[in-house]
Design a protein around this ligand. Structure first.
Ligand SMILES: Nc1ncnc2c1ncn2[C@@H]1O[C@H](COP(=O)(O)OP(=O)(O)OP(=O)(O)O)[C@@H](O)[C@H]1O
Ligand SMILES: [Mg+2]
Length: 237
């Protein structure tokens, strides 16, 4: 579904991502973990055509998408939820969902009903301004907005950040359900254990480079990886 081959990219002359390679197969859920500032968000932005790429190629559904703009990628079925500023706070929930479908030609109402099926909490809040939603509701709206185009693949950058354990669990189960309905997912997560527990495979990044990759279960079972990257086991996880 998605294949990154030796990607080098950044924002200015400095390279933040160096020769990163990664694959996501159709139907898979894959998580990227790594320390703060190692370039996870930059990698996601690079896939979605938002940084300066200096080397490497990106393929999506067997086609070369290197250098394509976000609107061209959306047309091809790739959707992206940024880590921050991922809803329009002054617009209502309904308007946010409509914005997600701005490139659609078909019936937006039908798409909105399908998204509300996934996130029923939003259904009762359609006229509320997004900026007044709770943190968890805003995350649901951001993912819901990305789902409006019926993507074949979703890029999710830290969907669970700043959520309480209970709301995080709910959001993770909704994300898993989206994946089980056939949407391929590439996700960046700080809550590495929880994310790997619902993923097929994982990648660990360090200082803008590939560090390790493997089946999610084998990463979770590796004591060295747990010590270095997964932190302590808390009763909430
Ligand atoms: N728009 C930008 N312009 C210039 N440098 C940037 C920009 N965005 C990020 N950076 C730099 O790129 C590096 C990697 O940042 P990035 O946001 O990709 O890290 P991250 O792994 O997502 O971190 P976190 O876990 O904290 O979200 C950092 O040194 C950051 O300062
Ligand atoms: Mg980030």
């Amino acid at each position: 579904m998605l294949s990154l081959d030796c990607i080098t990219a950044g924002y200015t002359d400095e390279n933040i991502i160096n020769e990163v390679s990664l694959q996501v197969n159709e139907g898979e859920m894959v998580t990227i973990i790594g320390p703060n500032g190692c370039g996870k968000s930059t990698l996601m932005k690079t896939i979605f055509g938002l940084t300066r790429m200096r080397g490497g190629t990106i393929q999506f559904k067997g086609r070369d998408i290197t250098g394509m703009r976000p609107d061209q990628l959306v047309q091809r079925g790739l959707s992206y939820v940024p880590q921050e500023r991922n809803v329009f706070p002054a617009l209502t929930v309904k308007e946010n969902l409509e914005m997600g479908g701005i490139a659609l030609t078909g019936d937006i109402e039908e798409r909105i009903s399908l998204v509300l099926e996934l996130f029923p909490t939003l259904a009762g809040r359609m006229d509320q301004r997004a900026g007044t939603l709770s943190g968890g509701e805003q995350k649901m709206l951001a993912v819901g907005r990305a789902m409006i185009i019926s993507p074949s693949m979703l890029l999710l950058d830290e969907p669970s950040a700043a959520l309480s354990p209970k709301v995080m669990s709910q959001l993770f189960s909704e994300i898993k359900e989206i994946n089980e309905r056939g949407v391929t997912i590439l996700m960046v997560e700080q809550n590495a254990r929880r994310a790997l527990a619902i993923s097929d495979r994982g990648y660990i990044m360090e200082m803008g480079r590939n560090r390790l990759e493997g089946p999610a279960k084998s990463l979770l079972d590796n004591p060295e990886i747990c010590r270095l990257y997964l932190g302590k086991i808390s009763k909430n996880i």
